[in-house]
Ligand binder design. Structure first.
Ligand code: ADP
Length: 251
């Protein structure tokens, strides 16, 4: 489904971002290992979505650097279109509200980017899309339109759409927060399977059970700063008062 074997690591250093006078990211440094699932947690408004969006430049940081393979971006300097595209080719975002194109069929939602952005031959892109749809049990909906599907089904499609461009990393922004518990369970199972297969993922979530089950690494962000960065087991057995308070407040 995706290329493996190469040692890749997405790294950021001292990322800062303000909206107007409000400093939202105050110098975030982190590493996101390849083939692993990194879960970003923290209270609402702490900058998690802004951080995730900085990783594929849906938000452009004010300063700091990003390194990915042989790509080096310094946000204090202008980023060229070529560099922007190079980063976007390596990452693919799954949104909270799935954001499918309402006027395109499910098949076209999945094949649009491979065909028009990545210049994959139509037939090849459609074969790949059908394979992805079969994996999530939704191939019978290939010619349907998004509004004919439930929220959970649409979110499964949006994950197929993200995978269709074979990104190095998929970025997920609270992918289950708009879903009913049953659909949430189905999406989380799908993500757990991808994690086991070694798909690199970075996910913002409030779902601590998912973090416990599927994360390799936890980044705890509070007030625009990294409060904890380390292995999942270390996070959940943390003696830090702040982490304990957070975990107690959420469960
Ligand atoms: P989280 O994902 O942890 O809830 P966000 O990154 O969404 O946090 O938001 C952090 C802060 O940045 C919030 O106070 C939010 O209102 C503010 N913010 C986020 N995006 C924008 C924007 N585009 N314009 C202005 N303020 C923003």
């Amino acid at each position: 489904m995706y290329e493996r074997g190469r040692e890749l690591m997405l790294k950021i250093n001292e990322i800062k971002k303000s909206f107007g006078k409000k400093a939202v990211l105050k110098g975030i440094s982190a590493k996101f290992p390849q083939g692993k699932t990194t879960v970003i947690v923290g209270p609402s408004g702490s900058g998690k979505t802004t951080l995730l969006r900085s990783l594929d430049m849906l938000v452009t940081p004010d300063s700091g650097t990003l390194d990915f393979d042989d790509l080096h971006l310094d946000f204090a300097k202008p980023i060229s279109n070529k560099e922007n595209k190079e980063l976007r080719d390596k990452t693919s975002m799954v949104f909270q509200n799935w954001n499918l194109f309402p006027n395109l069929t499910i098949l076209k939602n999945i094949t649009a980017s491979p065909i028009f952005v990545h210049h994959v031959a139509k037939e090849q892109a459609e074969t790949n899309a059908h394979n992805l749809l079969k994996e999530v049990g939704l191939d019978e909906y290939a010619d349907a339109y998004p509004d004919e599907l439930s929220g959970g089904q649409q979110q499964r499609i949006s994950i197929c759409r993200a995978l269709a461009v074979k990104p190095e990393y998929i970025l997920l922004d609270e992918p289950t927060s708009a879903l009913d518990p049953e659909s949430e369970m189905m999406i989380l199972k799908m993500l757990e399977r991808l994690a086991k297969e070694g798909q690199s993922m970075i996910m913002v979530t409030h779902n601590m059970q998912f973090a416990k089950d599927a994360a390799d690494k936890i980044l705890f962000v509070e007030n625009g700063e990294v409060e904890f960065d380390g292995a999942k087991d270390a996070f959940f057995s943390q003696s830090s008062i702040r982490v304990k308070e957070f975990l107690q407040g959420i469960s």
